[in-house]
Design a protein. Structure first.
Lengths: 415, 176, 384
């Protein structure tokens, strides 16, 4: 095994996973010395009936201080501030976040304000600005997923000042993450597919980029295996409880992997497509993942090759000659996208030209690709990518990903 | 209890001096490159006015401070950060990590991947700084070392590589 | 892939490993809001220069360190009270433990996070209810393998709580200096047993597995080489990594048969627990193979790597994995010139003692079957 010259690895979140994990909420709160939680969630989660399930499971054992479903799809400073006020007004002493990435980030932001008794969140932005533990936070993810229930990062947007604030600190980690098959049972196929590919991109990039380490690798491999076994299954059959639990575990494992080993160009480009054209994160990841692996092939192809084992199983791995494995991994990911495209009735886009909004309008017009390339130059995840990308490289990858054509490997500049 | 003793931290003077000298070269080279190299010039044009960034060693320096002056070019502002408003501080966690970077045992990319640095400020600016550092390293270092320092050794024109290198060396040494 | 219907996992330990890892400690302390660490160590580790390495790593950090390097090999509560006084009087706010003083450090940390009188009441399982003050463990190769785990063995009692686990384990090759063969191997085999049992147990979970998988890989890859070549610095660093990882897995899995049997045998026959576990492991796994609820075929993956695993037919994987573990004991014995025993017989365990060991083991644990136990011991004795 290649032991890196230096690495760091940490995941301090307690994980409780199962078909009846929600039932552990009262005990969990008691262990954290919390008696009056505020539940932070969004309308989608409420609409799916999940808050009812949680409230019923908790029953009389816990005194819920407040429930707020006001979190928007994109974390918003105003909401963070108003929910912090609600927390204080209702005398709460802990937080339960039930939702996807935005709910998790919002809860983390609220936790900073109420724990530090601060009025200005900005003061704590950046890395390591927090110096001590925050109030108890229980995270219950409802997608599988962003993995934000196990990361020490929160991103909160200030829409008034057009700023994106990033917070990085070990103290932001939830104390406990409860992973229950019920929370993703009603996830619609298109979102299941997109969030599942998000998790896959986390695991794959953590395994193939510069900050990889043996522990995050082990988490990533397990995640990739679970996703390969379960994603298509639960997209086609949403009620598959075991499949849902598998995907939920995968998202947690992938979250731990990339939380420690970071990500690379797939996220660099994906963030930029997301911020310029509003395409959902998971959809961007799904489309760009094979391209990231193609572009970096001359630097990390030997690592990509190893992924054939968890993705396709031992028999296929053994039968595939070493030199062909990396190619096959990329083909498999494209195949997954194709299968998911069919299973979602065309809603899961295989390339950017196919990405349509609810009204059927194209979300990524070709003319915006230059703007997206410019934006990509400002994204820090590029630090961890094995190969460099300048404006022209970003544009080349985007054009291929827009069209849905494989990358022309001969055009890749290799120093 | 005579099995107890306390040891103060002291300082690693030789290593601090070495890093300080390397930072001096780097700061002046960035200043030179912003005047000579069009890619570096463009990066500075895109930065806000009076933008100041620093490369620092925790906890107490040495530092390298560079500012965007009124002409839009980089100006090396020395090693002392006192009283200056730093917009972007790339902090190396300790002197040993700084040694690894400045003896080219760990490239900027590797040092970042190995958690040797903390970035205080906007990441978008940090990306620009890293691109600038890469270009400056290609100018300053022989290819065999520069290839260790950067991810992708660029294929520059003869003019950029050799003429540029001479100009940057001269400007670095003479400070203009 | 096996996924249990319900599992829980908690590992609060951060692992920093590699070149110049020690120099990152001041930064880590600051992140934990600590500014004045107290380093504790044994006299002999101090004499071997290990404390000086830490002092040097703190140079230029602006952080002064206190050093107490007289931890005896059988510490008691009086020692804890004495060091507690130093910690409190000198205004320390973190503990850094070097190598085998981990248990003492955990007790000290318990004391300084409350008061020394609290300690004894916390003996047992999960009686500590809150986070403790910052604790950093810097492992050497002379340990027990439990340093990073949730366990502490102190003054004859066992303490088990996730809150005892260190905030940070720093693995640096300047600290993993070579030790004698028996110590090195015993610790590694303890770690290997813990990792293998966590990885193959019926209720295994994917999070503990990630730690166990990595630990197994590292030990199989490096143990014999380190034994053959003391100068293999990379190998020693990898072993230290595996100890920490195995401890994390072990703290989140059921205690297995090999561990229990090995411990009983070690106590009765005055042998290092790790060696006992190593000799017993292949035989326990053999027995578990016939059961069907243990995940032994999975073991082949970390033991041989992707290509060999994929190239082995599914129904042959468990057998092959066990073979390799048997060969490991053979290789260790050879590489150490016989200092590491391969069989219980080689270890001078009397044949008559086997029944005593079985009786003691079965007496302690209702799950053991006397026949099975004896069969395992006999096979391990003969080295079949």
């Amino acid at each position: 095994m290649d032991m890196p010259g230096y690495y760091e690895f940490c995941c301090r979140v307690k994980i409780i996973s199962g078909h009846d994990a929600l039932e552990k909420i009262p005990d969990t709160l008691a262990e954290l010395n919390a008696v009056r939680p505020m539940i932070v969630t969004d309308k989608g989660v409420v609409g799916a009936g999940l808050i009812d399930i949680v409230v019923n499971t908790i029953g009389n054992r816990v005194n819920i201080g407040a429930i707020s479903e006001d979190v928007p799809p994109d974390s918003d400073l105003r909401v963070v501030n108003s929910l912090a006020r609600l927390y204080r007004d209702k005398d709460c002493d802990s937080l339960i976040a039930i939702g996807g990435g935005s709910v998790m980030d919002t809860a983390k932001g609220i936790n900073i304000i109420i724990s530090e008794k601060a009025d200005d969140l900005m003061r704590f932005s950046g890395a390591n600005a927090l110096k001590r533990a925050l109030r108890p936070l229980i995270a219950i993810p409802t997608t599988a997923g962003t993995g934000s229930e196990v990361t020490m990062v929160a991103v909160i947007k200030d829409h008034e000042k057009h700023l994106k604030m990033a917070f990085v600190s070990n103290f932001l980690l939830p104390d406990v993450s409860i992973v229950d098959s019920r929370t993703t049972l009603t996830l619609p196929p298109a979102i299941t597919a997109a969030t599942g590919m998000d998790a896959l991109s986390h695991a794959v990039e953590a395994y193939t980029c510069l900050a990889k380490n043996p522990l995050s690798d082990a988490h990533a491999l397990a995640a990739i295996r679970l996703i390969s076994d379960n994603l298509l299954k639960v997209t086609v059959n949403p009620g598959d409880k075991n499949g849902r639990l598998g995907m939920a575990s995968a998202a947690t494992l992938a979250g731990i992997a990339f939380g420690n080993s970071m990500v690379g160009m797939v996220h660099t480009l994906g963030h930029s497509v997301g911020s310029v054209c509003g395409v959902p994160h998971g959809a961007c990841m799904a489309i760009l993942l094979p391209y990231g692996l193609e572009y970096n092939m001359h630097k990390n192809g030997h690592l990509t090759a190893e992924l054939l084992l968890p993705m396709a199983g031992a028999d296929v791995y053994a039968a595939t000659p070493k030199e062909k494995r990396a190619q096959n991994v990329i083909a498999l990911i494209r195949r997954m996208n194709k299968d998911l495209h069919e299973a979602t009735g065309g809603r899961h886009a295989r390339f950017f030209k196919e990405a349509l909004d609810r009204g059927g309008k194209e979300m990524v017009p070709k003319e915006r690709l230059p703007r997206i390339s410019e934006t990509a130059l400002r994204d820090g995840s590029i630090f961890y990518n094995p190969e460099d990308l300048d404006y022209k490289d970003f544009l080349m990858v985007l054009e291929a990903a827009w069209e849905g054509k494989p990358l022309d490997m001969s055009m890749i500049k290799k120093g | 209890m005579n099995n107890f003793r306390e040891v103060a931290a002291g300082k690693k003077w030789l290593k601090r001096d070495y890093v300080a000298i390397m930072m001096w070269f780097m700061g002046r080279a960035i200043q030179a490159a912003s005047a000579v190299d069009s890619a570096v010039k463009k990066e500075f044009v895109d930065m806000p006015d009076s933008f100041t960034f620093a490369l620092s060693v925790m906890p107490n320096g040495p530092h390298m401070i560079v500012e965007k002056d009124k002409r839009g070019l980089a100006r090396y502002r020395g090693w002392n950060s006192e009283g200056k408003k730093i917009d972007l501080d790339m902090k190396i966690k300790n002197i040993e990590a700084a040694m690894l970077i400045f003896t080219f045992q760990e490239s900027t990319a590797l040092a970042t991947a190995r958690d040797r640095l903390v970035v205080d400020g906007e990441v978008a600016h940090a990306c620009a700084i890293v691109r600038i550092l890469d270009i400056v390293e290609v100018y300053l270092l022989p290819k065999i070392i520069a290839k260790l320092a950067v991810k992708r050794y660029p294929g520059w024109s003869f003019r950029r590589k050799y003429l540029g290198r001479v100009l940057i060396y001269v400007r670095t040494i003479f400070g203009f | 892939m096996y996924l249990p219907e319900h599992y829980e996992f908690f590992c609060p330990v951060k692992i920093n490993s590699g070149n110049r890892a020690l120099e990152q400690i001041p930064f880590e302390l600051d992140a934990l809001n600590a500014r004045k660490p107290l380093v504790i160590a044994r006299k002999d580790d101090s004499e071997r220069g290990l404390v000086d390495v830490i002092i040097d790593a703190f140079k230029d950090s602006g952080v002064a360190v206190g050093i107490f390097d007289a931890v005896p090999s059988a510490p008691d509560l009086k020692l804890i009270r004495d060091v507690f006084n130093i910690y409190r009087d000198r205004g320390h706010d973190a503990v850094i433990a070097i190598g085998p003083v981990a248990d003492t450090a955990k007790m000290l940390n318990l004391a300084v996070s409350g008061k020394p009188e609290d300690i004894e009441g916390c003996a047992g399982e999960n009686l500590i209810k809150k986070r403790l003050k910052p604790l950093i463990i810097v492992p050497t190769l002379a340990g027990t393998g439990y340093e990073v785990s949730k366990y502490a063995f102190f003054a004859g009692r066992i303490y088990a709580s996730h809150f005892l686990m260190p905030h940070l384990a720093v693995i640096d090759s300047r600290m993993t200096i070579p030790e004698d063969a028996v110590t090195t191997v015993a610790t590694a085999l303890t770690a290997l047993t813990h990792a293998v049992e966590a990885y193959t147990c019926p209720g295994k979970n994917p999070l503990a597995d990630a730690y166990a998988y990595t630990a197994i890989q590292l030990i199989i890859e490096h143990l014999v080489n380190v034994l053959r070549n003391q100068r293999d610095e990379a190998g020693r660093l990898s072993l230290a990594n595996s100890h920490a990882m195995a401890a994390c897995a072990f703290s989140n899995a059921d205690v297995g048969v090999t561990h229990k049997l090995g411990k009983v045998m070690g106590d009765l026959c005055h042998l290092p627990h790790g060696l006992c576990m190593g000799m017993l492991l292949p035989h326990v796994l053999e027995r578990e193979m016939s059961g069907g609820s243990y995940h032994i075929s999975d073991l082949l993956l970390p033991v041989t790597g992707f290509d060999a695993y994929a190239g082995t037919a599914e129904n042959l994987r468990a057998r092959k994995a066990v073979e390799i573990l048997r060969d490991l004991m053979k290789d260790l014995s050879k590489a150490s010139g016989g200092a590491i025993p391969r069989t219980l017989k080689d270890a001078q365990v009397s044949e008559y003692a086997l029944r005593d060991i079985a009786q003691e083991a079965v007496g302690n644990e209702a799950i053991f079957d006397m026949d099975d136990c004896l069969k395992i011991l006999r096979e391990a004795w003969e080295g079949r």
